[in-house]
Write a protein of this length. Structure first.
Length: 446
């Protein structure tokens, strides 16, 4: 049986109103949650592909191309500083583009945000190196990275919140995880492209022009994703559903004044997952590049296998959450991540077999925990604040949990040992457990 949107307390409305509330279009055709899920997956996969293309390049390319005047470690740390700029800019983008939406509409906002994302990503592909342009090349790279963050914040379309609100009650965990599949999908494709280029090009060719190709691909994918998402958000049926669910932007000052506590708890509730996110993707790649003789192309293949496991974990998280509840699922996974943090230094320092075990275990835990992270940032807010609240809690979770993770993890481990990577990950798990203990909204919703 196909579920339609808006089922629940309005089932006894007169037939015309019920049809409207259940999401029927002008011609009486119902809108199923699966339709929204497709839009969410397409949108998130394209964003994560952009995200990981930059992340991988920040390890393999940018230290040599933009920071050749420093040693390899220092160049990578500088590259990670620029990497973090997008996460600082992301909340700014959310606020800015919500103002644009209030004045120009949802379609204009999404078009402008994805256009900015595509231009800033493609622009990186044309950047001259430090040898050609000097310090101005670093300034331009930083400007494009900030633009990426602003665009990612602005690309919030409300579809994940709409999906979470209108999914069948017994399958909320399943629908919550669908958009999260974009992360492993995006990483798999990005890592595959770089692995292919590294395996088939001379090092000099890769650093001169080969690394630019994935950024061209990212621009093309953005164009496709733009039209796929506009097809959903521009229809009268979806606009009506968003309005009926009060999924409209509210002023940030009003949100903070009324929902400041929920904003903080919502951001911290997924902290373990977001901290783990870069500690199994970006950080290990930097560590292997700097301190191992392993083939980077082969290591990317191991990470691609991990991404497949993560995708499976994301799917499993939906089944587990529907069986045991999202709050229980998030708390249990945070505890498992805390245990993993104790073993992480030994595994990363244990040679190739230990590193592979770290990647495989870490990616699986990431999929299981990240699969329900979206539920952690939408359940706390009253309807009026859910649209803006979900966007900003996600932005803050990325900023606090993930934005500086590669920089902090590599800096601490390089100077003081891998044990500090475990401490960093443990702090994220503790943050999640502390937030969930206060998160009564999630408990009631379960």
């Amino acid at each position: 049986m196909t579920h339609t949107l808006g089922l629940g307390a309005d089932a006894n409305l007169p037939s015309q109103d019920a049809a409207r509330r259940e999401g029927h279009g002008a011609h009486g055709s119902p809108i199923a949650p699966g339709e929204i899920a497709v839009g969410v997956i397409v949108g998130r996969a394209s964003e994560y592909f952009d995200f990981f293309v930059y992340a991988i390049a920040s390890v393999l390319v940018f230290p040599s191309v933009f920071f050749p005047f420093e040693g390899r470690l220092e160049g990578t740390l500088y590259s990670f500083v620029v990497f973090s700029f997008a996460f600082v800019a992301r909340p700014v983008g959310s606020v800015l583009f919500m103002a644009i939406q209030r004045h120009m509409g949802r379609e204009a906002k999404l078009t402008l945000a994805l256009f900015l994302l595509g231009i800033s990503t493609a622009g990186m592909a044309f950047l001259p190196s430090y040898a050609q342009l000097g310090a101005a090349s670093i300034v331009l790279l930083s400007a494009f990275r900030i633009a990426q963050g602003i665009a990612l914040g602005g690309s919030w379309d409300g579809l994940p919140s709409l999906l979470a609100l209108n999914a069948p009650a017994e399958r909320r965990g399943w629908y919550a995880m669908l958009g999260q599949l974009g992360a492993p999908l995006g990483f798999f494709v990005a890592a595959g492209l770089f692995s292919f280029l590294l395996g088939n090009l001379e090092s000099s060719d890769f650093l001169e022009w080969g690394w630019r190709y994935p950024f061209y691909v990212a621009f093309a994918i953005n164009v496709v994703a733009l039209f796929a998402r506009l097809r959903l958000v521009s229809t009268n049926e979806y606009a009506r559903l968003l309005e009926e669910r009060e999924l409209q932007p509210t002023r940030v000052t009003e949100l903070v004044r009324s929902q400041g506590r929920n904003l903080i708890i919502g951001a911290l509730a997924a902290l373990a997952s977001y901290a783990l996110f870069h500690l199994v993707t970006v950080f290990p790649l930097s560590w292997i590049t700097l301190y191992s003789n392993r083939s980077i192309s082969d290591f990317l293949m191991v990470q691609m296998f991990g991404a497949v496991l993560a995708a499976g974990g994301v799917v499993m998280s939906g089944l587990i959450a529907d069986r045991f509840g999202r709050r229980t699922t998030l708390g249990t996974l945070a505890a498992l991540i805390a245990l993993f943090s104790a073993a992480a230094p030994t595994l990363m320092g244990g040679g190739q077999s230990g590193q592979d075990a770290f990647i495989v275990t870490g990616f699986l835990l990431l999929g299981l925990s990240y699969g329900q992270a979206a539920g952690a940032v939408t359940a706390n807010f009253p309807a009026k604040f859910r649209y803006t609240g979900a966007a900003l809690t996600s932005d803050l979770a990325w900023l606090v949990g993930a934005g500086f993770a590669p920089l902090v993890a590599l800096g601490l481990s390089a100077h003081f040992g891998l044990a500090y990577v475990g401490i960093y990950l443990l702090s994220g798990a503790i943050g999640t457990l502390a937030a969930l203990s206060l998160n009564r909204a999630l408990e009631l919703r379960d």
